[in-house]
Design a protein around this ligand. Sequence first.
Ligand code: FAD
Length: 386
Amino acid sequence: MTSLSFLVDSAQDAKFRLEVRSWMAENLPEELRGWSTRPPREMIQPWHHKLFERGWIAPHWPKEYGGMEASISEQLILQEELGHAGAPILSRQALGHIGPILMRHGTDAQKAYHLPKMLSGEVMWCQGYSEPGSGSDLASLQTRGEVDGEEIVINGQKIWTTGGHFADWMYALVRTNPDAPKKQGGISMVLIDLKIPGISIRPIMTIADDEEFAEVFFDDVRIPITNLVGELNDGWSVAKALLASERIGNANPQLALQCLDKLQRVARVNGTIEDPVFQDKLNKLELDVLAQSAVFAHAIQQAKSGMDIGAGSSFMKIVATENIQRIADLMFEAAGQYAADVEPIATDEGPVDVSVLWREVRRITIYAGSSEIQRNITAKRVLGLP
Ligand SMILES: Cc1cc2nc3c(=O)[nH]c(=O)nc-3n(C[C@H](O)[C@H](O)[C@H](O)COP(=O)(O)OP(=O)(O)OC[C@H]3O[C@@H](n4cnc5c(N)ncnc54)[C@H](O)[C@@H]3O)c2cc1C
């Protein structure tokens, strides 16, 4: 088992770790362990609610908003124990993305209405940024949001919306001023209840045979103007802040740790684990994940002290997502002739679907901005290159 052992547990942390570990052993349902794709809503929601009732659903949220306001070591311990227990990765759209944005930019009414439902897991969220012609060049988005008295009328289409077909609400970017001199200047962020008239949603299948995302169509959809987040036409700055925290979330080591555990289990099946060349590769990956965890810990420390990580989050996203892809590649190698099997490989701690996992993690260097775009941002805004 790989550990994030750059931190030595204090006596208090060791007690917390034990508490989390034994609670997971008793409370994480067997059928939720070890998923490579996202379990369906009806399975994930009760687990979300259980963590909420235990007080561990939002370790990074301030107590003021119902979070745990956990120390850095407690946050890492939770991620590590969730990872090793094989707990499913929960959607970050609410707790990781729009929740913290509403704390900073939302109105009191928005906070009071939405934040408690995000914590309890009663309402699920999705992100409406990308459109068929606007992915990397997000600011070119065309979905219109026309102000009409006390309402905004939305027309257009979003695509690649993770969980769009099972979410209740979407936070979206819409063009409210098509005549703004700079394309970034005419964009607003809005909150959309996906159950209102004029919205149709079609799921899209991924290469991992998983209905991960959807396309969402808006036809004269009317939302109250009070669903605006921040100022009208100032959605771009809100959107950028959200993307930075989304990329930091991608550096969360939980998934990498789960993949490392699976890799070792697969390598034990045919004895590859004894091969010194394999061990060398495994050790390098373990060190990479350790470094990723240290960077993640540093970022949450900065966020806790109110610092804006901004473009630094791009580097973290590259490191974390490419680590996971390298683990999946080595797992493929370790599985040998079984790698491409449709059936999962039986290991000493349950089945591992090597092929599904390998296909599943192709996406992570694309969403939240592709690796190429993250390299561009790092080159320009961190290294100051021309
Ligand atoms: C699994 C998954 C989930 C997603 N979930 C969501 C979601 O919930 N909400 C949402 O809004 N979006 C979501 N997306 C969309 C994602 O943000 C976009 O796919 C991504 O930003 C890339 O945009 P694109 O697909 O339009 O590709 P394009 O922008 O067309 O890019 C195509 C290729 O060209 C490269 N490229 C483009 N411009 C440049 C450049 N200037 N320099 C160098 N290379 C460049 C890209 O790196 C990429 O390899 C998701 C995507 C995936 C795969």
